[in-house]
Design a protein around this ligand. Structure first.
Ligand SMILES: Cc1cc2nc3c(=O)[nH]c(=O)nc-3n(C[C@H](O)[C@H](O)[C@H](O)COP(=O)(O)O)c2cc1C
Length: 177
């Protein structure tokens, strides 16, 4: 297996860089199929005494159907050479074409969850809580105005980070995260 399990308390992980600048893939699936999409909005932290990841998914995303069906997802992080692939996966819907084949990433199953062999780091997550952003609750109306002209409010998924893996073949090592 090209990955090894590591402590979920990652020794070096800058969430602002990892999500905001480098982006991640949010992947979910089961025996019926797998889908993935690029995300740049996300959080890692602690809630309800658990290590959690929170992701934000608009209602029209095909990946949302897979998360809602399985209650699970992975977040996977990549070296810069894969950024173009993440760009495509964040522009094309799996509803319309086999975008995973198009970008040439290799799906892999990790303990029943799905990610891609090319990842440097994979977090396997189980959904604990989900709720749709409620426009009535914005304290700063500009967040609503700037991000939701179509009123397609994200669902926030708070998920327990159950396992973490780093790639052992081809470059990535723990210290390089
Ligand atoms: C850099 C980048 C970041 C993105 N972040 C998010 C996000 O956090 N939440 C979201 O719902 N969509 C986000 N998207 C859009 C989805 O990745 C995109 O709509 C994708 O095609 C959905 O694929 P799907 O329909 O196969 O699930 C992002 C796109 C890009 C390019």
């Amino acid at each position: 297996m090209p990955f090894k399990p590591v402590d979920t308390h990652l020794p070096a992980f800058n969430p602002f860089e990892k999500f905001g600048s480098e982006w991640a893939l949010l992947t979910a699936g089961d025996s019926r199929g797998v889908n993935t999409m690029t995300v740049s909005w996300g959080c890692l932290g602690v809630l309800w005494n658990r290590d959690v990841a929170t992701v934000y998914v608009r209602p029209q995303r095909y990946t949302k159907e897979f998360i809602d069906r399985t209650g699970r997802f992975t977040l996977s992080f990549y070296a810069p050479e894969h950024k173009a692939a993440l760009g495509v996966l964040g522009r094309v819907s799996g509803r319309d074409e086999d975008k995973i084949a198009r970008v040439g990433l290799t799906p892999i199953e990790l303990g029943g969850d799905f990610a891609f062999e090319e990842a440097e780091l994979v977090l396997a997550c189980r959904v604990l809580y989900a709720d749709e952003i409620d426009p009535k609750l914005f304290w700063d109306a500009s967040c609503d105005e700037r991000n939701y002209p179509e009123h397609d409010y994200h669902t926030a998924y708070v998920a327990e980070v159950e396992r973490a893996y780093v790639r052992t073949q081809g470059a990535a090592q723990e210290g390089a995260l």
